[in-house]
Design a protein around this ligand. Structure first.
Ligand SMILES: Cc1ncc(COP(=O)(O)O)c(C=O)c1O
Length: 463
């Protein structure tokens, strides 16, 4: 049966040594070009003499368990802060547990050889790299002069909300949807208007068109999520066109968040909103970054673009982005050289998806799951299981006793954190329709995904 696996501190201790070695060796070992490091036998600043640094472009192994605990990561360390050191699988926030793509580490190491961090002038090569990536991967032609850089997709969306949605007005969302949109709405003093999607018995989501159009009539903007976080839906050209037409009819500007666009599972495709008919595209802005695709979230670089000069100019007026040199260097390197790494990663993640889907089916009674078409997230239907552990009753009691409202999904989160050492995101934070679900991040080495699922199965078996 499934035995609960505990966290091994071996990797972490090895990494803790890293910091010491880095400190002792100083910056010089960090910044030497690879050939010099290899010649002098310096090896990696983590203390491993056999690992060249910076790594060769093809030097990566997605199976490697790369310890992140103790590195101030939201995904692991915030989960530990909340539930204690028993957390052995942080499967929450959407970033990846792998070592960065070698092209990124190489570009950063090279830039660090120049020890000056004054204001950065941004050459055209950055916007050019974004345009070329979209052309190569999606056949989408973007005029580089229409690309506006931001310090994240959130700041871009907030700038657009400030521009087109006056305080107090409604913003259309298709729910369940990315929890961060609710913070964007709060930040812009607007109000979320949830249009719940329909879900069939197999867990397939679709749009409730009547509801969508009814709400569109009273909104100024619609935040589209494509591919959809958390359900994993990749919207078809037909669906996108229908959304676009409704929005155009009711003068709703489409804010297309396509940050997950590079993650599509086998047999599925991502259709950029910006590839639709011109009049629909002219009614939209698209928000993207390399931060999901290459897990560069803390590097704080993203961008938006639009074919409509008026929408673009007005949004630009509300956009101030103080970008960091290292963030820009990392993003450009990823877009220019990271494709082979990303393509290998996509096959790996697809296999993680398949593994999780069959494991949940075979070993987690009361929990169901349908493999997503996109993203690296699994959207688990835990409604039956939550009933079994009386999550609704517990939530109700704790809400009555405390100052905050507790949801049944938060109770399920605590249950798995305490009994399985696994941190999952509660579906209740994803808006209307998120109740009864938990979101699990699968962007980890297989061993971590297995550890999480095995631990969950062992805990469920004892429930
Ligand atoms: C759909 C979506 N949009 C935006 C973000 C966050 O973007 P950023 O970190 O660039 O602000 C996320 C992160 O999980 C996301 O899933």
């Amino acid at each position: 049966m499934h035995r609960r696996e505990r966290f091994s501190r071996r990797h972490f201790l090895r990494n803790a040594g890293t910091t010491a070695v880095l400190g002792a060796a100083g910056a010089s070992s960090l910044v030497r070009p690879r050939s010099a490091a290899a010649r002098e036998g310096i090896g990696h600043p983590d203390g491993n003499p056999d690992r060249p640094f910076p790594p060769a472009l093809d030097d990566y192994d997605f199976d490697e368990v790369y310890e992140r605990k103790g590195t101030d990561s939201v995904r692991w360390d915030r989960a530990v802060n909340q539930y204690g050191d028993g957390i052995v699988a942080g499967m929450g926030v959407a970033d990846m547990d792998f070592r960065a793509a070698p092209c990124v580490t190489r570009a950063l190491a090279e830039r660090c050889t120049h020890e000056n961090w004054g204001y950065m002038h941004r050459p055209d090569s950055y916007a050019q790299a974004v345009a070329e990536w979209n052309h190569r991967r999606y056949g989408l032609d973007i005029d580089p002069s229409t690309i506006v850089f931001t310090t994240g997709v959130h700041p871009g969306i907030i700038a657009a909300l400030h521009t087109f949605s006056p305080p107090g007005t409604r913003v259309l969302l298709q729910t369940p949807t990315y929890s961060g949109f609710y913070t964007d709405v709060r930040f812009s003093r607007t109000v979320a208007d949830d249009s719940p999607m329909l879900v069939d018995a197999d867990g397939r989501y679709s749009i409730d068109w009547d509801d969508f159009e009814r709400r569109a009539r009273r909104c100024n903007t619609f935040i589209l999520c494509n591919p959809q976080n958390p359900t994993g839906n990749c919207w078809s050209a037909e669906d996108l066109t229908r959304m676009g037409e409704i929005c155009l009819r009711h003068r709703v500007i489409v804010l297309a968040d396509e940050i997950h666009c590079d993650f599509v599972t086998a047999g599925n495709t991502y259709t950029p909103f910006a590839s639709l008919d011109k009049e629909l595209v002219d009614n939209s802005l698209t928000f993207k970054s390399a931060s999901k695709s290459f897990s560069l979230a803390a590097m704080k670089v993203a961008w938006y673009h639009s074919t409509n000069p008026d929408l673009l100019a007005r949004t630009r007026l509300n956009t101030r982005a103080d970008l960091s040199t290292l963030g820009m260097v990392a993003s450009r390197a990823a877009l220019k050289e990271g494709e082979p790494w990303l393509d290998d990663l996509l096959s790996y993640l697809d296999a993680n998806h398949d593994f999780a889907a069959s494991f949940v089916r075979d070993n987690l009674p009361g929990i169901t799951h349908r493999k997503g078409q996109g993203t690296y997230l699994a959207w688990l239907n835990v409604a039956e299981f939550a009933d079994r552990i009386g999550a609704a009753g517990t939530a109700e009691r704790e809400s009555a006793e405390g100052t905050d409202t507790r949801t049944p999904e938060q109770v399920v989160q605590r249950w798995f954190a305490e009994r399985a050492g696994v941190f999952l995101n509660p579906g209740s934070s994803y808006g209307t329709g998120g109740g009864g679900y938990m979101r699990m991040n699968l962007a980890s080495p297989r061993a971590i995904v297995e550890r999480a699922l095995n631990n969950m199965a062992a805990a469920v078996a004892e429930a």
